[in-house]
Design a protein around this ligand. Sequence first.
Ligand code: ATP
Ligand code: MG
Length: 441
Amino acid sequence: MRLSSYFLPVLKENPSEAQIVSHRLMLRAGMVRQNAAGIYSWLPLGHRVLKKIEQIVREEQDNAGAQEMLMPTIQSAELWQKSGRYEDYGKEMLRITDRHERPLLYGPTNEEMLTDIVANEWKSYRDLPKILYHIQWKFRDEVRPRFGVMRGREFLMKDAYSFDLDQAAARRSYNRMFVAYLRTYARMGLKAIPMQADTGPIGGDLSHEFIVLAETGESGVFCDKALIERDVLGEGVDYNADLQPIVDSWTSPYAATDEKHDTARFDALPQERQVAARGIEVGHIFYFGTKYSKPMGAVVSGPGGEQITLEMGSYGIGVSRLVGAIIEASHDDNGIIWPMSVAPFHVGLINLKVGDADCDKASDDLYGKLKAAGLDVLLDDRDERAGAKFATMDLIGLPWQVTVGPRGLKSGVVEIKNRKTGEKEELSVEAALNKLSAAKV
Ligand code: ATP
Ligand code: MG
């Protein structure tokens, strides 16, 4: 992509409406614009990040054996009357009436809809087990939408639903999702700690929130420092193996959100390991048994003809909230610092002297070669001062910057800068190309 023609409305000044750093930087870097309270448009740069996060979420759901589908945003009120949640959900639910005066709503979540779908399709125990998911926009009329995409009213969520024949199998599905979540956040360069959580209006008794520690987080949390110091989960999970030991290793050290906080257990920890902090909830998983399958009639017949009411769990990830959470976890005074895996472009290529034949040629040449090596490249080909170009690149946070200037070209080198460490290095075009290709994820 060439910056001269890219829609990237960066702001020099800090927008006054933004209270936290991620919101400020998303506005300044031209990633989003607000259209109404808690409702945002994703401009091209922000959209690229959103899609990369979505893709990591998708791949890890698929790896865990979940199957992607897509349900609508608009739902019929009838489904929610069946489960009893139509009244309970209260003002957070956006209620709509169509031209025939039929009550509809913009879905805040999909337990009812999917349970209804499977109740109509599955008749036999042979149809189970299954985990289904979709990545879809939700609407919740939050009392206080704030902090940009962190607490929006319209937001993108991955929600998965597991269906099993008995509790032990449901627990295995829960463990699969638990481990998939550890992998998902690790791939985004995030440390998200699973913490015991309240089940809230969804109900049930087994639940974890995945929390990224941050001072600006809205949740109060308590945990054993051992969990913070622990390595994130590496590659190569075998989802057919018994995952309980992995789950236990993450859930046995103390970690809880304030609703579930057990002061006695926390106080029993050595003082230096007691962490009381704030965090951002980037995911929430629940096991809730037959809470929805019973009223929605999700029942199949077992091997002996007996009726089995399905055991269910649901598993959410805040895809759009993650964009903000990653920035909260990774930025400096000059701007965002994207991890390679979610960066909108891997490389920012700066042509220092646009109009100079050698610089133009070398930049275009390198741009083509970097792209051919599979890297996403943003070429700054604007006729601008060098200082403004560097400031823009630092602000939008691409992991690597490559600068092509007349002086370097005379000695056959370009300058490479690592956005995170700030380290700079002069390399031949060939060496630069090799280095960046190797850094690709
Ligand atoms: P919160 O306590 O933050 O309101 P929740 O418990 O209502 O979250 P869930 O219903 O479990 O959230 O939704 C799954 C995930 O969707 C959450 O873990 C969070 O990451 C994300 N999410 C929920 N509400 C919002 C929102 N208003 N804006 C952006 N993301 C959200
Ligand atoms: Mg909520």
